[in-house]
Design a protein. Sequence first.
Length: 323
Amino acid sequence: MIRKILCILCIIMMTVSTGCSKGEDETRDPGLVLGFSQIGSESAWRIGNTKDIRDQAENYGVGLMFENANQKQENQIAAIRRFIAYKVDVIAFSPVVEEGWDNVLEEAREAGIPVILVDRNINTEKSGLTTCLIGADFYREGVMAAEYLIRKADALGMDQINIVEITGTENSTPMRRRKAGFQDTIRDDPRMTVLESIDGDFLKSRGAECMRYFLEKYGDTIDVVFSHNDEMTIGALPEIEKAGFAPGKDMIIISIDGGQEAIDVLKEGKINCVVECTPKLGKELMETAIKLKNGESVQEEIHPDEAVFSDEMDVASIAPRGY
Ligand code: GYE
């Protein structure tokens, strides 16, 4: 009991989204305490994801202990240990990389606290460390990016296509799965060559660095830039322009996320295609946490529906994105 009171006090100190429930809706659970370890604030996607989780915690009357790990796995592990010490009802986290979680998740299991994976997955030999995953189908996103490229190459009658790839954080789920989905889809198309893939860590500054490196090494032989998120794409574009090329015309630019800034650049014609990855996972997270607290079973994987925005459509009609 004392722990529970301490926990609630702590939540009040740690988060602006502590629920003061006035709810009639029976899906609300004002008694539920959810510990959530976020990766960081590296992108518009991540900031939108944090906002959505905070907003939905409030909507559902869930007490949220929110911790930002500033991109470091050790900070996430420490946050999960604090959630265990405070005896939260449910733990959720977005693992920055896939490996290295077994020990801390064993500790959560021993404490009897269910764990939800949000956005990204883990890689482990052990079973039953987590209950479910709520996040995008990153492999499918890679496939959709490649399918767009194949259609575009057909439309332009291209016969040799040199691609440079700026990937997300090494060993993270979106990096691995987006790369694999893209590769698997272009593999049998003899026109396609990936000149090189390098790690841009999902950061704008790294996107610019990677692009400078590619331009120096491959220059005007580059036909396509495939970038694993909008931030890196937006970092790369000015470098392409500085080197004397017109992005969207001299080079085909493909991005993933679909944040407002990238959609605006798509409308300007400097990006050709943006595969959507929605950060709005908060509602599913709250509903799943409530079910787990009530001892109900939950779906193992929940993937939101996602679209493709591109120069094949009437881009002016794309509705405001909200992130
Ligand atoms: O694409 C990127 C973010 O894990 C889906 O992480 C997420 C990715 C997203 O930083 O912008």
